[in-house]
Design a protein around this ligand. Structure first.
Ligand code: GLN
Length: 304
């Protein structure tokens, strides 16, 4: 019998003691105000009790983790047509990299780098009746939690400084891979990134990806085949130019965001969210990476 609570408590107390917690993202001004000492974890087990530690019940900005939700929603709406507009190769580059787009004639390397996620945002803007409202409802449904909200301040703050993201959208537009106007798509993108969720809510929402496409309330949103593809993309592209390192150290599909959140999952077993706002130089949570490595090492639970 694995003693999950003991394992989480030990990871928490060991990491809390360490001096280096990384740097809080400063390029989105509103995120600079987050307390760098926050640290929480929430483990949602598909066939057993859940366990948690630290600041697991505090909301934070999920940022790029939202790209998994937009990918899932886009796949549920237009199926394989998604792959006409993005590729599925790891980029080996930072999340906001522009150059590849030019080499590849406006087809982003994958849906989890910013360029690919902006194309997913464009699909949702085209397909949904009331895009921001309908997307928020989708996230609330899969998390089984109506209290999830966008943080308008964070969305506005990012829009004010989002020059590189606007440049990406304009480049996509010039290659005819953005079908709506840049301003509307970017407003949607900055809102999806501004979603505020707790570790518990994130673990609950990723249940669907661990549980063969069925979320906790048993609403069925994605097919088994789509789940297989999403998890493959999480494993190969979820951490940008640190995806190899994450597979090597942790061995789980997962996704990070510059708000300091990381969600990882073992299909059919669990989802696990860590939150610590300090980032490493690649833009992934410094302690979150260490916490997940410690968890899979202590439990021997990984996909390998
Ligand atoms: N909103 C952020 C951006 O576009 C998301 C980046 C991230 O979390 N890696 O820059």
């Amino acid at each position: 019998m694995v003693e999950y609570q003991k394992i989480l408590d030990k990871i928490y107390s060991d990491l809390k003691k360490t001096k280096d917690h990384g740097e809080v993202a400063a390029y989105i001004p509103e995120l600079k105000n987050v307390d760098p000492d926050k640290f929480g974890m929430y483990l949602n087990r598909l066939h057993g009790d859940n366990f948690y530690v630290g600041d697991w019940n505090e909301s934070f900005s999920i940022q790029s983790i939202s790209k998994v939700f937009t990918l899932g929603k886009a796949m549920s709406l237009i199926g394989n047509d998604v792959w006409k507009r993005v590729d599925v190769e790891p980029s080996g580059n930072p999340f906001n990299y522009l150059a590849l787009l030019e080499q590849e004639e406006g087809i982003p390397r994958n849906p989890l780098i910013n360029s690919g996620a902006i194309v997913m945002a464009d699909i949702l803007v085209s397909e949904l009746d009331d895009p921001k409202k309908d997307f928020l409802q989708f996230v609330r449904n899969i998390a089984n939690d109506e209290s999830i909200i966008y943080n308008e301040k964070v969305a506005i703050s990012e829009a004010k400084t989002g020059f590189t993201n606007y440049a990406i959208a304009n480049l996509l537009k010039s290659f005819d891979n953005l079908h709506n106007d840049v301003e509307t798509v970017m407003d949607f993108y900055f809102h999806q990134c501004s979603l505020e969720m707790t570790c518990e809510q994130l673990s609950n929402s990723f249940y669907l990806f661990a549980n063969r496409g069925k979320c906790q309330r048993n609403c069925e949103y994605l097919t088994l085949n789509q789940i297989k593809r999403i998890n493959a993309i999480l494993l190969t592209c979820g951490f940008y130019d640190e995806a190899g390192e994450f597979a090597f150290e942790v061995g789980l599909p997962g996704k990070s965001g510059v708000g300091g959140g990381i969600v990882a999952l073992l299909p059919n077993e669990f989802t696990l969210t860590c939150w610590s706002p300090g980032l490493n130089p690649k833009g992934n949570s410094y302690l979150g990476m260490k916490a997940l490595e410690a968890f899979t090492t202590a439990t021997n639970l990984s996909i390998f």
